[in-house]
Design a protein. Structure first.
Length: 322
């Protein structure tokens, strides 16, 4: 069930849908090592589907553009996404099987993931062109890198042309062309991805760093054409680097939300979906990040991905208690 509808513009998520094949274990195996598992589940996932569901459960007006196979996993994914109130009219059925992610989760909720693209690999700029009816009226276009770069670039261009905020989650990390950077309004990265994006010798400070150190990072992103950046720091919260803000307010630290995590899979997608909802509602980037911090933390308190995502009331309850 989706959260209470919010007064937001349309969010269009373009990208991946995967079936998550998750095995739980006490610790993650080393290379060449076999460990015993203590549970297995098949759940709906994929970064883009996760982001769409997270936004839908938080009351967003969401459409998803993607591709699945003509198989049980594809049916499961479409049902899960639609169940969150997301429009799936532009999720195409492909001759390729639905994409899968093989995930191991340890006793501390940490994970590692291997992805097979399947039908996601067939998503093309033609699918983006076919979704013009939803993209033309979008407030936010949310993207990641689990589908082909030409498709991501086409969606970013369509969002830009529509006057939408183009939100790019630079994950899984890949080098992006300068054209995509120029089309990106808000870049969402973790610290490792931030350092890779900024190039050799780049240093990304930790949560304990002073604002002046982060301001140097902000300037480097701005020099690459990215004027608004969210850097997530895991259990240490996040940092908002906003070159559009007034001087003195261009670096904002967002404190972490303390929870007992059982599964961190998809928490970053919950964060992205929540940011999209609040940006579509007109929030400033720092306000959106504070809301998203709570949503992402709550998503780690249950096993799985989409089924674990909170609704608006859950997040607001936690914000009032803090």
């Amino acid at each position: 069930m989706s959260g209470e509808a919010q007064n937001t513009g349309r969010i269009v998520v373009v990208g991946s849908l995967n079936a998550d094949l998750t095995i739980y274990c006490e610790r993650l195996p080393q290379p060449g090592e076999t460990v015993h598992g203590n549970g297995f589940a098949v759940n709906p996932g994929g970064k883009s589907a996760n982001q769409a569901v997270a936004a839908g459960r938080l009351g967003g007006h969401v459409s998803l553009v993607g591709a699945v196979g003509d198989d049980a996993n594809g049916n499961m994914l479409q049902a899960s996404v639609a169940g969150a109130g997301v429009d799936v009219g532009h999720v195409r059925t492909s001759s390729e099987p639905t994409g899968v992610a093989v995930i191991a989760v340890d006793a501390h909720g940490e994970n590692n993931i291997i992805i097979s693209a399947g039908a996601n690999g067939t998503l093309s700029p033609a699918d983006v062109a076919g979704a013009a009816d939803v993209l033309d009226g979008a407030a936010v276009v949310s993207l990641c890198l689990e589908v082909a770069m030409p498709t991501v670039l086409a969606a970013a261009q369509a969002g830009h042309d529509a006057g939408a905020t183009v939100l790019l989650n630079l994950s899984p990390y890949a080098h992006i062309p300068a054209e995509l950077a120029e089309l990106t309004d808000v870049l969402l990265v973790n610290a490792h991805e931030a350092a890779l994006f900024l190039g050799p010798g780049a240093s990304v400070p930790g949560a304990e760093a002073h604002a002046a150190q982060w301001d140097t990072v902000r300037e480097r992103f701005a020099g690459r054409g990215i004027r608004q950046v969210l850097v997530t720091l895991g259990a240490h919260g996040s940092v908002v680097l906003d070159s559009e803000a007034a001087p003195g307010a261009q670096v904002t630290f967002v404190a972490p939300t303390r929870v007992d995590a059982v599964d961190t899979t998809g928490a970053g997608d919950a964060f992205t979906g929540a940011v999209a909802v609040r940006l579509a509602a007109g929030d400033a980037l720092a306000e959106a990040a504070a809301f998203a911090s709570v949503a992402a933390a709550l998503a780690t308190t249950r096993k799985g991905t989409q089924a674990a995502y909170p609704e608006t009331a859950d997040v607001e309850r936690r914000l009032r208690a803090s």
